[in-house]
Design a protein around this ligand. Structure first.
Ligand code: ZN
Length: 324
């Protein structure tokens, strides 16, 4: 029995070493933020704080990160103290919008509390709206846009395009009534996944793909400077799957930069360093090698990492060949 337990611990502790990819991290930006600059801070999963000089928007805003046991057998709920502390660390007092890529708990759960604290609207699916209602967010802070509709927040134009979730088959379907936490993690049903386009007309365009799935052709004809690519689960799929995903979500939109997100073990709090999922669940090394190979082939796209919890300049991109 002890040997079995020892074996389980060993398997769960076998994780890719993040140090191997540190050299790809973009350099932290210095204050103050320049005119026309768009900056981004990565808080794990697909939680992103994106701002220019006047306006802050967030993707997901998931900060609570309940532990593994709570997630598997308990009930999850937003922790307002953790959310307040992380917003403070991010320097976010006011925000215009929290855009939710889909309504699994590791994306949507904290969004309505972030909105309450910052005055933002929560933007997402009808399921995301029901999570927001369950947390008592007022209806004028809940936005369910039409797919393809342009939403304006200061200098940002945000557009949600329908996409597909990574096919793990868990917690799919719609949340049809206000969801009141605490609740089992699996009560947070996907509710439809989006590709999120964030344009800053002076400075460039960003695509956020929260989950490693796609809708064939949904992004064809569109162009983005930077793709923030959800890679959760990608290391466990075969090359054919990875190639299709890359073709549909990266190659088709011709970015100069692709950055993996959703690679960290989100059962660990943000007060500890981000670390990759155990290899048995996913393998960041496989994903990184794949991304670097594909990007190299394209001759157009670089691969970078975001330094966790550090703000970096994302737009405008430097001219090709010009060092930053
Ligand atoms: Zn999900």
């Amino acid at each position: 029995m002890l040997l079995v337990a020892f074996g389980v611990v060993r398997v769960l502790n076998d994780r890719p070493d993040l140090e191997r990819w540190r050299a790809l991290e973009l350099p932290p930006a210095k204050l103050p933020i320049g005119d026309g600059e768009v900056r981004i801070t990565f808080f794990g999963v697909s939680t992103l704080v994106i701002r220019d000089r006047e306006t802050t928007i967030l993707v997901d805003g998931f900060f609570t990160r309940p532990g593994l046991l709570t997630m598997l057998v308990g009930e999850v709920e937003p922790d307002p103290l953790v959310i307040a502390a992380e917003l403070e660390r991010a320097g976010v007092e006011r925000a215009a919008a929290v855009i939710v890529v889909h309504s699994h708990f590791d994306h949507v759960m904290d969004a309505p509390e972030v909105a309450k604290r910052t005055g933002a609207v929560v933007v997402g699916s009808e399921s995301t709206a029901n999570v927001s209602r369950g947390w008592g967010l007022s209806s004028d802070q809940i936005v369910v846009p039409e797919p393809g509709e342009d939403l304006r927040y200061g200098g940002f134009v945000v557009t949600l395009f329908e996409s597909e979730h990574f096919p793990h088959g868990m917690a799919m379907g719609e949340i049809t009534e206000p969801l009141v936490p605490p609740a089992p993690a699996l009560d947070y049903l996907d509710g439809g996944s989006f590709s999120v386009a964030i344009a800053h007309p002076e400075s460039g365009t960003i695509l956020v793909q929260g989950s490693a799935g796609w809708r064939p052709g949904a992004l064809s004809g569109k162009k983005f400077d930077v793709v923030l690519l959800g890679v959760g689960g990608l290391g466990g799929r075969d090359d054919a799957y990875r190639d299709d995903y890359y073709d549909q979500v990266v190659e088709s939109v011709q970015p100069s930069l692709v950055i993996p997100i959703h690679w960290d073990d989100f059962t660990r709090p943000l007060t500890e360093p981000l670390r990759p999922f155990p290899r048995i669940q996913d393998d960041l090394d496989v994903t990184m090698k794949f991304l670097i190979d594909r990007a190299h082939e394209s001759n157009r796209t670089d691969v970078a990492m975001l330094p966790p919890l550090r703000e970096v300049k994302l737009l405008p991109r430097p001219d090709p060949g010009q060092a930053e």
